[in-house]
Design a protein around this ligand. Structure first.
Ligand SMILES: *[C@@H]1O[C@H](CO)[C@@H](O)[C@H](O)[C@H]1NC(C)=O
Ligand SMILES: *[C@@H]1O[C@H](CO)[C@@H](O)[C@H](O)[C@H]1NC(C)=O
Ligand SMILES: *[C@@H]1O[C@H](CO)[C@@H](O)[C@H](O)[C@H]1NC(C)=O
Ligand SMILES: *[C@@H]1O[C@H](CO)[C@@H](O)[C@H](O)[C@H]1NC(C)=O
Ligand SMILES: *[C@@H]1O[C@H](CO)[C@@H](O)[C@H](O)[C@H]1NC(C)=O
Ligand SMILES: *[C@@H]1O[C@H](CO)[C@@H](O)[C@H](O)[C@H]1NC(C)=O
Ligand SMILES: *[C@@H]1O[C@H](CO)[C@@H](O)[C@H](O)[C@H]1NC(C)=O
Ligand SMILES: *[C@@H]1O[C@H](CO)[C@@H](O)[C@H](O)[C@H]1NC(C)=O
Length: 582
């Protein structure tokens, strides 16, 4: 499909010494042979020679290209760079599929914007103003994502019209830090309004990173194969993930966690225990050992794991793999260091650490994660158990949604009768879900808005203080303050020390819009727009749908039929006894 010729651009300084040329040739042969013979050939660096004749070199292939494409690209690069700059001390050559560089100075972790190559698609778009906004948003998202992945590569799609999509790609040198990568990409993206305003496509190549957008699919996407066997393959960020590649040896898990020692236990829940561990390469992991009751079969379990592993977004806790050994079913996640949101938010002392800036960042991160879950991933997944304790915080206090899609993994499908047990956490559940097991993306929107109100107020939404006459739940409380014009009283006083009151009020406003009746509730895409300030004037909220009360405790199990599809029209209603609306 993409028939264009490779891109070649070379910048060179010609002040050569023969020894440098010898060293450069050795360097290039190392790069070439690593691209050809090593199994993990996506990128490589090498340093050759003694000062003052040291030469530093690296290549990186685009994250979606196959091994052999990478190899061929690097070999062409090695040949072409020698021809193009026979006496160079500094060189860079770009192709669509790979970048190769060398220098007489160390270049590995340094962001270089010393030169850039820009290519633009000659076709014009019809509605530049709207398109530019979309392009800017999508490019920023893909940059954030790429910076957060270890291969520093991400792609992102957005819908332009019913018939047209926008495809964006970002790739950094994997030797850059997360921040370095992000900085480089922002610099490259900054060229787009200048170079490529009104174009249907554009590419910016800089020595340390590359961005590209087009209105056609120009990168590789592999299609998913039906989930039937253990050789299941699905695409994830356009690389193939197989069950085998995700499987960990039990001995590795044991070694990583000192034999699942109690001292390593960091959490315990209905579904099992969580341990902290460390892999031989130094990566910290969280190991979730599922309780043995799960009725789910091995194949089903593997398929679920592969599907969840495919969901990759910087606001999700990443699933690294699984382990099966006898009765043991184990899930392995990246370790997230700063505990969970509830640990800070609802603690009398620790909530001070969450200033408005941090809280707002958390709200926005959760929204982006959910937008991906609902609309941007190939699967549409409804979380069903969004709450403060499922939002983990990384070392920079970025939110990471955990336990998504896992409801199904934990053996909740009683396969034969297709009867499901739905687990949710009371107080975050929307009325239609609690009453009818009727869930849709709008149920997650509801839970999210409850969470927003909690984040702004610093108070837990408690439904257990309801009396027959007054609903003291947080959202009813918010609604009352809203109507009485006393919304400020709702805000966690610590925030008032330094925040934008209008931004806080806007969050409460959005929160109230999202606890409305299901038809009136915005989608997650609307919420992301609203949180980013569009439209400037929000519609007035109507009275929230009311909660139901429960006498059984904070976690409630509802039984009923739920279709595997998540479209609301396919959800069957179910009867529940003992649970009445107020
Ligand atoms: C890969 O490159 C390194 C230098 O960075 C070199 O020592 C090694 O021999 C190369 N490996 C292969 C398989 O060519
Ligand atoms: C690298 O080469 C440039 C000129 O091409 C020179 O100015 C610079 O000092 C050199 N750096 C080192 C470390 O030799
Ligand atoms: C260069 O690659 C080696 C592995 O081949 C790695 O250990 C090293 O950290 C890399 N250098 C940089 C600056 O990332
Ligand atoms: C795109 O627009 C530019 C100026 O607005 C014009 O010169 C060019 O011919 C247009 N290209 C196409 C393919 O229509
Ligand atoms: C891009 O083009 C549109 C109309 O074609 C114009 O309104 C806008 O100012 C341009 N943006 C930049 C950054 O030049
Ligand atoms: C697993 O089974 C045990 C004993 O049968 C029971 O106490 C426990 O609650 C069950 N756990 C789950 C998650 O169903
Ligand atoms: C988050 O974690 C990092 C590193 O683990 C630590 O330095 C930082 O203080 C933590 N932040 C808070 C608010 O606890
Ligand atoms: C107040 O918040 C702004 C950003 O929202 C931040 O830059 C500034 O440092 C904060 N001031 C104090 C005193 O915390």
């Amino acid at each position: 499909m993409d028939e264009e010729k490779p891109t070649i651009f070379v910048r060179t300084n010609t002040a050569s010494r023969p020894t440098v040329m010898v060293v450069l040739n050795i360097l290039l042969s190392f790069l070439s042979s690593n691209a050809t013979s090593t199994s993990n050939n996506a990128y490589h660096n090498a340093t050759v020679g003694q000062s003052p004749n040291t030469v530093y070199g690296l290549y990186y292939c685009r994250g979606d290209v196959a091994r052999d494409v990478c190899r061929d690209c690097v070999n062409s690069a090695v040949n072409d760079i020698v021809k193009s700059c026979p006496n160079g001390e500094v060189g860079v050559i770009w192709y669509d599929e790979c970048t190769l560089r060398y220098s007489n100075e160390s270049i590995f972790s340094i962001v270089s914007d010393s030169s850039a190559l820009i290519m633009l698609n000659p076709n014009n778009i019809s509605d530049p103003t709207r398109f530019n906004q979309l392009l800017d948003n999508t490019m920023n998202e893909v940059a954030t994502e790429a910076a957060s992945y270890s291969d520093r590569f991400a792609t992102q799609e957005a819908i332009v019209t019913e018939f047209q999509n926008l495809y964006c790609l970002a790739q950094c040198s994997p030797y850059l830090s997360r921040n370095g990568c992000y900085r480089c990409l922002l610099g490259a993206i900054g060229n787009l309004p200048i170079c490529c305003n009104g174009s249907q496509g554009g590419r910016v190549f800089s020595p340390s990173c590359v961005v590209r957008f087009e209105m056609y699919l120009f990168h590789r996407v592999t299609t998913s194969v039906p989930a039937t066997s253990s050789t299941l393959l699905v695409s994830g960020r356009n690389t193939i993930i197989s069950a085998e590649s995700l499987q960990f040896d039990f001995s590795v898990v044991l070694e990583a966690t000192y034999n699942l020692a109690d001292v390593n236990k960091i959490g315990e829940g209905g579904f099992g225990s969580v341990y902290k561990g460390m892999l031989p390469n130094g990566q910290e992991i969280a190991v979730k050992r599922l309780s043995r009751n799960s009725s789910q079969g091995v194949e089903e379990f593997k398929n679920e794991v592969v599907l969840v592993a495919k969901l990759q977004h910087c606001n999700f806790v990443r699933l690294l793999g699984f382990c099966l050994e006898g009765e043991e079913k184990i899930l392995i996640y990246e370790f997230v260091s700063n505990k969970s949101l509830d640990y800070f938010l609802f603690d009398d002392e620790k909530h001070v650490q969450l200033d408005w800036q941090r809280r707002y960042k958390i709200i926005q991160g959760i929204a982006r994660g959910f937008l991906y879950l609902h609309e941007d991933s190939c699967l549409r997944i409804i979380h069903r158990d969004l709450k403060a304790s499922n939002i983990l915080l990384d070392e920079e206090m970025n939110p990471k949604i955990s336990d998504f899609g896992i409801a199904r993994i934990f053996g909740m499908d009683q396969t034969q009768e297709k009867t499901n047990r739905i687990v949710g956490t009371y107080g975050y559940m929307s009325r239609e879900y609690a009453l009818h097991g009727f869930f849709s993306v709008k149920s997650d929107v509801f839970s999210f808005s409850v969470l927003i109100l909690e984040i702004v107020s610093g108070k837990k939404n408690s439904i257990f203080h309801q009396t027959d006459s007054v609903d003291l739940g947080l959202k009813s409380n918010a609604w009352r303050h809203w109507n009485a014009g006393t919304t400020l009283e709702l805000i966690d006083p610590i925030l008032l020390e330094n925040c934008s009151i209008s931004a806080v009020m806007r969050c409460i406003h959005i929160g109230l819009l999202c606890v409305q009746k299901v038809d009136e509730r915005p989608t997650m895409a609307n919420m992301v727009l609203m949180l980013n300030g569009y439209p400037a004037t929000l519609p007035l909220p109507t009275q929230p749908a009311s909660f139901v009360r429960s006498s059984t405790g904070s976690r409630m199990l509802l039984e009923g039929k739920v279709s595997q599809e998540t479209g609301s029209s396919q959800c069957k209603s179910m009867s529940i006894t003992e649970v009445q609306p107020r």
